[in-house]
Design a binder for this molecule. Structure first.
Ligand code: 5GP
Length: 186
């Protein structure tokens, strides 16, 4: 592969979590989930678009006959701050009654998106609903939400890469990069 074909983050960002650390942690999470859900009817629900890389890596480490599904909600209008407005864009393709649902997110910040989702999913009578997130920014929380599996707890900085975007771009970076504190102030 030529040097030129390698995507780089914008210069106001710096690498926060490299691909090796991500891979190791995702593998650990997969093993934990394989143990916790053994013998259960598991539906892994990816929240698009941000969870796409995390979800595809994670399910490869869950050694169970699970099913995958996706839904999409919007809470950010392509910018850096939560609007607090959560909208359902599209829904699951299967009923989840009596099934064990694992919601897979890229990042939990205010918690508004996840609490909306959990409320909605619980009305459908699943056997259980749990949450796995790659990243958690607890300092940004505006509502209490239980997160069962966390990849990395990070400070309250805007991040991109490994599924996370900046105005639609950079989801395909193989690592997580954070906005430099100096860039945020300027
Ligand atoms: P919450 O509702 O918890 O504030 O935010 C959840 C959603 O906001 C995430 O799924 C993600 O799309 C977006 N988000 C929150 N923090 C960040 C961030 O640091 N970077 C990016 N790219 N998106 C974020």
């Amino acid at each position: 592969m030529s040097e030129q074909s390698v995507l780089r983050h914008p210069e106001e960002f710096e690498v926060m979590i490299d691909p090796e650390r991500i891979a190791e942690r995702v593998r650990e999470m997969g093993h934990e989930l394989s143990r916790d859900y053994a013998g259960k009817d598991l539906v892994v629900v990816g929240v698009l678009k941000g969870s796409m890389l995390f979800m595809s890596d994670l399910v490869r480490h869950i050694a169970l006959p699970l099913t995958c599904d996706f839904l999409r909600v919007s809470s950010y209008e392509g910018g850096l701050r939560s609007t607090g407005v959560v909208r359902f864009d599209f829904d699951l393709t299967q009923p989840v009654r009596d099934k064990h649902v694992l919601v897979v997110e890229d990042i939990i910040d205010t918690g508004l998106t996840m609490s909306f989702l959990l409320e909605t999913l619980r009305l459908r009578g699943p056997a259980s609903v749990r949450v796995a997130t790659l990243l958690d920014k607890p300092e940004g929380r505006r509502t209490e939400v239980q997160i069962d599996y966390v990849g990395f707890t990070i400070p309250n900085r805007f991040v991109i890469g490994y599924g996370l975007d900046l105005e639609g771009r950079y989801r395909n970076l193989p690592y997580v990069a954070a906005m430099r504190t100096s860039a945020r102030e300027s």
